[in-house]
Ligand binder design. Structure first.
Ligand code: PHE
Length: 453
């Protein structure tokens, strides 16, 4: 690990290492499980359109904000909010980040556990062990959910203990590109299946009349969730970032990569939903709403692999679920890193002890979800659709009016020397001071108004 100004804190080994780690945090179940599911529930292409818009007008500016705050403070979110301004009330925003991290991780490991179960489902199905295949495919089995979630959490904790560059950078280097390749091949295969065309149309031809406040809120939540924003994951990752790196550029890579993968995942999953329907699997209710909810992709994707059949189906199916679990792992690492780094920095506990204690607390909470997976929907909605944008709003207000954009500029200038002549800076300042906080407040405000009306 390279030296750093604050002792005992890791650093990313290289620029690529950082981008891969941040992209690893961003790309996960959010892209392949959450995005297609939320989109299918919210009018397909119209959702995609609003989502893409919000990623660039809110997500990207907030990402630059989080990374620069974290790199400046070299601390966890609580310490960052505490140290960058004399106004201590924003320390609460740091705690909000920690709470959102814990809540999201508690259902994230359940869904991630399903990726492990379905890896085995593919193998058992190939071997003809239909009983075993059906057993591991049962997402309502509380004990099974609990066991795979514990396994997944153990993997997450052990990588967090291994430390920043050793654990995280290494895990993403090879496996992320593999995931992209396999998705591309699957898309080509799916396009030739009956029903796929209808799914593709649903995905790409927007029906703008479907846009309403629910859709916009869901799209904003998805943008924050998928880019790992609003809960300090990128404040924390920014705290390990070298002063030589160009933050706006690194953030641009991460954003484009993340949206690219989500887009590809949609190209795969939407047509597969319709293909599965053409095959007789019931995925839609009579009123056209999706039946399967949280477990949707775990019902339709295995169908796709079974359809491919034989050894080919096994290879694609098992590899896909394996890579998906790795993608989930590189995200859960960053979710766990937020509360863990808080405990390490603020309570002077060793990394090992901190990761184990925090991980155990989260696992305990997740056991309730394991036995009642219908909790995933509401917890996800409260913390991802409302909690994360609220965190992003606080980041904007804090940076713009407490830490101040002049100070942010001093930080971002490191690694971006021609910042004074570049159009980026004045534009970004307008977004962080006005456009992002106002838009987030409007969207959250109209939702809360809708609830209490
Ligand atoms: N972005 C991750 C995903 O898409 C989830 C995540 C959310 C990670 C928030 C960190 C912080 O799966």
């Amino acid at each position: 690990m390279a030296t750093s100004t604050t002792p005992n804190r890791g650093k990313w080994n290289s620029k690529l290492g950082f981008i891969l780690a941040a992209a690893g945090s961003a790309v996960g179940l959010g892209n392949i499980w959450r995005f297609p599911t939320v989109m299918a529930e919210n009018g397909g292409a119209a959702f995609l359109f609003i989502y893409a818009l919000l990623v660039f007008i809110i997500g990207y500016p907030v990402m630059v904000a989080e990374l620069s705050m974290g790199r400046r403070a070299e601390k966890n979110p609580v310490g960052t909010f505490k140290s960058l301004s004399s106004n201590k009330i924003f320390t609460l925003a740091g705690f909000w980040c920690v709470i959102c991290g814990i809540a999201i991780l508690s259902f994230y490991i359940i869904v991630a556990g399903w990726t492990i179960s379905y890896f085995f489902e593919q193998i058992f199905h190939y071997l003809g062990f239909e009983g075993a295949a059906a057993f591991v495919a049962d997402t309502d089995n509380g004990w099974l959910n609990a066991i795979v979630a514990v396994i997944f959490m153990a993997a997450t904790i052990s990588i967090n203990i291994a430390g920043i560059s050793q654990g995280i950078e290494r895990a993403v280097r090879l496996l992320m590109p593999m995931l992209v390749v396999i998705i591309l091949i699957l898309i080509v295969y799916v396009m030739f299946q009956p029903g796929a065309g209808e799914g593709l149309r649903e995905y790409l031809v927007p029906d703008f009349s479907a846009i309403n406040t629910d859709l916009i809120l869901a799209a904003m939540g998805q943008a924050f969730f998928s880019l790992s924003l609003g809960m300090g994951a990128l404040i924390t990752y920014g705290s390990y970032l070298s002063k030589r790196e160009n933050i706006p550029e690194a953030a641009a890579y991460v954003t484009v990569f993340d949206v690219g993968i989500a887009f590809l995942a949609g190209m795969l999953v939407m047509p597969t939903i319709y293909m599965a329907q053409a095959q007789g699997l019931v995925v839609f209710d009579e009123d056209g709403s999706l039946l399967a909810g949280a477990a949707l992709i775990f019902q339709v994707l295995p169908e796709l692999f079974h359809e491919m059949g034989g050894l080919v189906g096994l290879i694609f199916g098992a590899t896909f679920f394996f890579l998906l679990s790795i993608a989930a792992l590189t995200s859960s690492i960053s979710l766990l890193e937020v509360p863990t780094s808080y405990v390490i920095d603020e309570h002077k506990v060793s990394r090992k002890k901190a990761a184990i204690v925090v991980g155990s607390v989260v696992t305990f909470i997740s056991l309730f979800i394991a036995f009642d997976t219908s909790l995933i929907g509401p917890i996800d909605q409260i913390f991802s659709d409302i909690g994360l944008p609220l965190g992003g709003f606080l980041v904007c207000i804090f940076l713009a009016y407490f830490w101040k954009t002049q100070n942010a500029k001093l930080e971002v200038r490191q690694g971006f020397e021609n910042i004074d002549d570049h159009w980026f800076w004045p534009v970004w300042v307008v977004f962080i001071k006005y456009i992002c906080p106002i838009l987030i407040a409007l969207i959250l405000g109209s939702t809360i108004y809708g609830i209490f009306r």
